[in-house]
Write a protein that binds this ligand. Structure first.
Ligand code: FMN
Length: 188
């Protein structure tokens, strides 16, 4: 499939300017296999979810986010772990995308990874994220799992991912994601 160009949408669960998750997501742009491209969106403008607001007509940032997710061939979610679970901003974005009609995560191939300051690299958040996305019938890539622990030691002051082992793990995650997206499309 020489002309394949799978469009992956990157979503970061941290709004921090110096976010390690965002820095790792940017690094993924350099580690993609051929035939795949990555664009990172922003969830910072999404208001807090309110069904009354949803019913009154989607705010522009919500419209944009939902259509970006709906159009993507796959989602790459980088998430910090907040209090052993998903950050509020990421959960809020998922909630906005999840409401019918046309909930946008249905059948969507998703790859996830996490970066944290702690040693476990987000061991707990990934299973909560899988539970949430599974319930929305997204197809979350089962493996490889990538946990970036002690993130402060793996990026330089400019946010470049300098740890070669982490670059290798992310490269494997992305190579596997291409195969996963193609396999999921094949089933439809
Ligand atoms: C509200 C809050 C809760 C946190 N809870 C956890 C946690 O449960 N586990 C963990 O490993 N790190 C936790 N941390 C530390 C984050 O791993 C660290 O701030 C990380 O750098 C966040 O990701 P970011 O660099 O992409 O913003 C927490 C940080 C915040 C702000």
């Amino acid at each position: 499939m020489a002309d394949t160009n799978l469009q992956v949408l990157g979503i970061c669960g941290s709004l921090r300017k110096a976010s390690f998750n965002m820095a790792a997501l940017r690094a993924c742009g350099e580690l993609l296999p051929r035939g795949m491209s990555l664009r990172i969106t922003s969830i910072a403008e999404l208001p807090m979810f309110n069904q009354d607001v949803f019913d009154a007509g989607l705010p522009d940032p919500v419209k944009r986010f939902r259509s970006e997710v709906a159009q993507a061939d796959g989602l790459l979610i980088a998430s910090p772990e907040y209090n052993f679970s998903v950050s509020g901003v990421l959960k809020n974005a998922i909630d906005w995308g999840s409401r019918p009609p046309n909930q946008v995560f249905q059948e969507k191939p998703v790859a996830i990874f996490s970066a944290t300051g702690g040693p476990l690299g987000g061991a707990r958040v990934q299973y909560d994220l899988r539970r949430i996305l599974g319930q929305l019938v997204a197809h979350v890539q089962p493996k490889p799992e990538v946990f970036i622990g002690a993130a402060q030691s793996k990026f330089d002051a400019q946010g470049k991912l300098t740890d070669e082992t982490t670059r290798k793990f992310l490269t494997e995650l992305l190579a596997g994601f291409k195969v996963w997206i193609e396999r999921m499309h094949h089933h439809h």
